[in-house]
Design a protein around this ligand. Structure first.
Ligand SMILES: [Zn+2]
Length: 164
C-alpha cells in the first residue's frame, strides 16, 4: 500500500492517442496522425498517463498509471477531464486538473511490472499494471483467504477419505 504524494505534471497527465490502436498520435494543425496505422483522424482518443509520486514505509518512487487503471481511480473518463478542465486552464498542460489532484494523500495498492533488467538500472519508474483501492484490495485478500480455506478443507476431506 502506498500514498500518492504528488502528481508529476512535467509530462502532462494524458496523451492523445489513435482511435484504432493505443499509440500516441501526432497533432498536425487541427487533425491527428497515427504513425503506426498511417492514418489521419479528427477526433482522437484521450488517454490517461499519470506519473504518481508514491510513498510507503520503505521509500518513495514513481508509478506510471495508464488509461483504464487511471480512470478507475480518478473515476472520470480522461476525455471528460480533458474537455472540461484543460480548456478552462488556457491549454496549459502543466496544470493538473482537479479530479486528478483528488488522488493526493489517497492510499492505493499498486501492482507493478518489473522488468528482469530493471534491477541493474537506477531508474525508479515503474508501470502500474493494476491499481486497487484500499477496500478493493482487502476484498481480494479476503476472497483469496476464503479460497485457501476451501482448499485446505478439501485437502482435509481427501485425507480423511484416504485414512478410511
Ligand atoms: Zn493507430
Amino acid at each position: 500500500m502506498a500514498v500518492v504524494k504528488k502528481v508529476n505534471a512535467e509530462n502532462g497527465w494524458h496523451y492523445i492517442s489513435c482511435t484504432d490502436c493505443h499509440e500516441k498520435a501526432k497533432t498536425i494543425g487541427f487533425t491527428f496522425w497515427c504513425e503506426g496505422c498511417k492514418k489521419e483522424f479528427s477526433s482522437p482518443t484521450v488517454r490517461y498517463r499519470l506519473e504518481l509520486h508514491v510513498k510507503d514505509e520503505s521509500g518513495s518512487t514513481i508509478f506510471v498509471v495508464f488509461d483504464k487503471e487511471a480512470e478507475k481511480i480518478v473515476c472520470i473518463p480522461a476525455k471528460q477531464v480533458y474537455t472540461t478542465e484543460i480548456k478552462d486552464e488556457d491549454d496549459d498542460e502543466d496544470v493538473v486538473p482537479k479530479p486528478i489532484k483528488n488522488l493526493l494523500e489517497k492510499i492505493y495498492m499498486f501492482q507493478i511490472k518489473i522488468h528482469p533488467n530493471s534491477i541493474f538500472t537506477t531508474k525508479q519508474n515503474f508501470t502500474a499494471i493494476q491499481v486497487f483501492e484500499d477496500h478493493e484490495y482487502k476484498q481480494l485478500q479476503h476472497e483469496q483467504e476464503e479460497k485457501n480455506q476451501i482448499l485446505s478443507l478439501k485437502r482435509a476431506i481427501d485425507v480423511d477419505v484416504e485414512i478410511e
